[in-house]
Design a protein around this ligand. Structure first.
Ligand SMILES: NC(=O)c1ccc[n+]([C@@H]2O[C@H](COP(=O)([O-])OP(=O)(O)OC[C@H]3O[C@@H](n4cnc5c(N)ncnc54)[C@H](O)[C@@H]3O)[C@@H](O)[C@H]2O)c1
Length: 383
């Protein structure tokens, strides 16, 4: 094989976005040959591509070597498993599943078919600002002691929530701001800082919108080395803040307003504290701005990497398996809040699945879907 025949399942906001750059031939050795959506009529515009109304049929058609799965979250698991079991390479949109137990099912299917490539669409991992932070953590920051991410610039209107029946429902999505808008940030958080050991969430349900899931959250996090942190998010606040701060023993990193600053300590602060002879002194420190550019085409870079992994065995930027971590974080934050308890990680995925099924069964929400303009959709990418 020297060229991948690719299909997209789910041609809503992001599916159409993927199709656009794929059709403009930004991906080497890859051709978009098929599109699929449960709502098949609008796909006519994509002819002469092959058109399907059912993801399973596309997977079994023999028309594609690989798929991007861009449906609502719950179908990521079922369609992902169907792809892997039929020898079709799968790139699954975030979140890889709606809840941890489903993510484990998807990963188990991949274990049975390890030669099939399974990737997650976590495009923030291609952004130079996060790659620079990753390097600075490894080389300059010392031991991490605190991580704070105020991530409240995810403003969404009631019209957004009314735009699809599945949005912001337990049944259609399995969660709210954590599982949808913040999922990329949660992936980035664990990718850079590792998984916390303990979480206590305080999540408000429908605080700013007529929805049954969380839209305003404050979470306390604790890592195994004793580092502490907070993760704060909201879809109701504007202009909102996006401030990511990582404190290490040798310096502090702050990413805010498109500016990355490293303030280096002249000595490791804990060593300094142990050895200083005076009570009020502190090590000198010096701020330094770290320049970065924005990634030109982060989604396309991820798909190119997926293709290179299939054809050349290139290492994946985001192996599908790693997608379970952000799902687990989103799940445990809301679960901890609902129980009013601090929770240890790894969490019990089966217990959350049971609780989620109870929330689905007790749901009284009746959604009225309203057609809304989505031409500003891509403005939500750079967080
Ligand atoms: N990586 C990113 O930057 C990014 C951005 C937006 C959305 N997403 C993710 O992509 C997914 C879709 O989000 P969206 O905003 O495009 O939603 P959307 O509602 O605009 O589109 C979903 C589409 O899937 C179709 N669909 C539903 N069930 C299907 C099935 N079984 N088979 C085939 N088609 C089916 C729907 O008809 C709809 O057209 C979500 O999981 C979301 O989290 C990722």
């Amino acid at each position: 094989m020297d060229k991948i025949r690719l299909g997209i399942i789910g041609m809503g906001n992001i599916g159409k976005y993927h199709a656009e750059y794929l059709l403009n031939r930004k991906i080497n050795r890859c051709e978009l040959v098929a599109v699929c959506d449960a709502n098949v009529a609008p796909l006519e515009q994509f002819k002469p591509l092959k058109i399907f109304g059912d993801g399973g049929q596309l997977i079994q058609s023999g028309a594609v070597d690989a798929v991007i799965i861009a449906t609502p979250h719950f179908q990521h698991t079922t369609l992902g498993i169907a792809a892997l079991e039929n020898g079709v390479h799968a790139m699954v949109e975030k979140p890889i599943s709606s809840h941890k137990a489903d993510a484990e099912r998807l990963i188990a299917a991949h274990k049975k078919h390890p030669k099939i490539i399974f990737a997650g669409m976590f495009q923030l991992r291609t952004e130079p600002r996060y790659l620079k932070i990753q390097k600075l953590i490894k080389e300059d920051l010392g031991e991490i002691v605190r991580v704070n991410w105020i991530n409240t610039d995810w403003f969404r209107t009631e019209a957004y929530y009314a735009s699809s029946g599945w949005r912001a429902t337990w049944k259609g999505e399995g969660g709210g701001v954590l599982l949808n808008q913040c999922l990329h940030n949660l992936d980035t958080l664990q990718w850079l800082c590792g998984m916390p050991a303990r979480v206590r969430g305080f999540c408000q349900i429908g605080r700013f919108h007529q929805i049954e899931v969380e839209d305003n959250v404050t979470v306390y996090l604790e890592w195994a080395n004793g580092a502490t942190g907070t993760f704060i998010s909201s879809t109701g606040e504007t202009p909102g803040t996006n401030r990511f701060e990582i404190v290490g023993t040798r310096g502090t990193l702050v990413l805010e307003n498109n500016k990355l600053t490293l303030t280096r300590n002249e000595a490791d602060m804990l060593e300094f504290s142990k050895t200083a002879k005076q009570g009020f002194v502190k090590p000198g420190s010096r701020p330094e701005e770290i320049a970065f550019e924005n990634a030109a085409a982060p989604h396309a870079t991820m798909v190119q990497n997926f293709v290179n992994a299939i054809l050349d065995g290139a290492p994946l930027i985001a192996p599908g398996e790693e997608g379970i971590n952000s799902v687990e974080l989103a799940n445990v934050m809301i679960y901890s809040s609902l129980l009013g308890q601090t929770m240890e990680l790894p969490m019990d995925g089966a217990a959350w699945e049971k609780k989620l099924n109870q929330l689905i069964a007790e749901s009284k929400i009746e959604k009225k879907v309203v057609k809304v303009a989505t031409d500003d959709f891509a403005s939500s990418f750079r967080k």
